[in-house]
Design a protein around this ligand. Structure first.
Ligand code: E4P
Length: 214
């Protein structure tokens, strides 16, 4: 399973890159706003730092505007993936961009029917938002299972990015289900490596080492 970081913070991206587990980046307008910086320079920095796919979102609501923005955005680098919202206009844009070999990530997917349409339109990636479904007492990971089953049934090529991840169990369940990609906030990436028994074990080893005759 590929691991993307879900942030626009270049320091977090650099830190995650140093761990050596980073396969790509997803951003969105909320994450861009959190940086408090001009997004063009932020995007340029991210694209210099990361070789893997970097999702950058369009803000137009109509197909023509999305396609125009997407083509401009795609010029920023070979690894740019244009994030397109899951709307009818968005699907039309995905169809046009797919014909031009512009990679797309259909975002804000909350149902299996939306995921089927995105795949049929030619999306490179489809992003179901599991945490936001859990937040309203629905089962986000059940949606991911449905999408993967349907994509396997029909051999759709779109890769599933499990998005809106809140905790390490989302990551583990995504891996068990066989999702292609998980995109995680930096806080959750750090949590993946932690276990209290590892800390207790290390403390014990260091204490016992003091007793070894030197
Ligand atoms: C995915 O591409 C989105 O940027 C992200 O996962 C949204 O997560 P949130 O629900 O925590 O805002």
């Amino acid at each position: 399973m590929k691991l993307f970081i879900d942030t626009a913070d270049i320091n977090e991206i650099r830190e995650a890159n140093k761990i050596g587990v980073l396969d790509g980046v997803t951003t969105n307008p909320t994450l861009a706003a959190r940086t408090g910086r001009d997004f063009k320079s932020v995007a340029a920095e991210i694209l210099r730092e990361v070789d893997g796919p970097v999702s950058l979102e369009v803000l137009s609501l109509d197909t023509a505007g999305m396609v125009r923005e997407a083509r401009e955005t795609a010029k920023l680098g070979d690894n740019v993936v244009v994030k397109i919202p899951m709307t009818v206009d968005g699907l039309k844009a995905v169809r046009e961009l797919d014909a031009d070999d512009v990679k797309t990530n259909v975002t804000l997917v909350f149902s299996a029917s939306q995921a089927v349409l995105a795949a049929k339109a030619g999306a490179t990636y489809v992003s179901p938002f599991v945490g936001r479904l859990d937040d309203i007492s629905e089962d986000g990971m059940a949606l991911v299972e449905q999408i993967i089953r349907i994509y396997e049934n029909y051999g759709y090529d779109s890769e599933v990015i499990v998005a809106s991840i809140r905790n390490p169990m989302h990551f583990v369940k995504a891996a068990l289900i066989g999702a292609d990609v998980c995109t995680l906030p930096f806080s959750v990436i750090k949590q993946l490596s932690q276990h209290p028994l590892t800390d207790i074990g290390m403390a014990r080893f260091l204490e016992d080492w003091k007793k070894v005759p030197k």
